[in-house]
Design a binder for this molecule. Structure first.
Ligand code: HEC
Length: 196
């Protein structure tokens, strides 16, 4: 097994790389990322630097969403379907196929099950479930616009929905925890919805 024999050096190199690679943000925020308090998600502006939030250099200041490994995998597969929905809507919009738009958008629309899922996933992340529900409600406006066969309204609703995707991704990241840690956060690890 290969192990890093010089973790101190690696850390130093990483720190140097961060300083060199994130010139603008480093100049604005001299505090090391690790000691910087996580900004409350709600107060986070749609910053022009938000492409840095993904942490190319490891400086990921987004709030953690603690999830068990199984829940995290489930959330990611849901996310990939969310993206597929957006793809389907784009294709359908080009063909003015409003029935297809409404059907696809309906997959991400609000429902009591979706709301329960958001709450379940966000048990250890204050504000997460609210953002999730706002996302599903916004997706409902795509369905309504499609039913009205209103192309401009569909594109506006699609943009508003994508803004909720971007906003949540800017604010939160997954963090894998074990069942005991999740239960301690007030989460229910025996959620029946996780069975499929
Ligand atoms: C309420 C929060 C929230 C909303 C809304 C949201 N996502 Fe996500 N999404 C996440 C989180 C958290 C992750 C995990 C990111 C991480 O850990 O870096 C994620 C990851 C993803 C991924 C990566 C999946 C993978 O397999 O790695 C995709 C794709 C994605 N989201 C698409 C979307 C799209 C498209 C929308 C809107 C239509 C959306 N998401 C809305 C929270 C959200």
């Amino acid at each position: 097994m290969t192990t890093l024999r010089t973790p101190g050096l690696v850390a130093l190199l990483l720190a140097a790389a961060m300083g060199a690679g994130c010139t603008a943000s480093a100049a604005d925020t001299p505090t090391p990322a690790a000691t910087r308090p996580a900004a409350p998600p709600a107060a986070k502006p749609a910053a022009p630097m938000s492409h840095m939030a993904g942490g190319m250099m490891g400086a990921d200041t987004r709030a953690a969403v603690p999830l068990t490994a199984m829940m995290a995998a489930h959330q990611k597969s849901q996310m990939r379907d969310h993206l597929r929905v957006i793809q389907e809507i784009s294709v359908a919009l080009a063909k003015d196929d409003y029935a297809a738009i409404a059907a696809s958008a309906g997959r991400i629309g609000w429902s009591t099950q979706q709301a329960a899922m958001c709450k379940h996933m966000g048990a250890g992340a204050p504000g997460f479930a609210e953002l999730g529900e706002a996302f599903h409600h916004t997706a409902d406006t795509i369905v309504a616009a499609a039913k009205a066969r209103d192309r401009a309204a569909v594109t506006t609703a699609l943009g508003a929905t994508l803004a909720t995707c971007v906003g949540c991704h800017d604010a939160y990241r997954q963090e894998i925890v074990d069942d005991a840690a999740f239960a301690k956060l007030g989460g229910d690890t025996s959620c029946p919805m996780m069975g499929h």
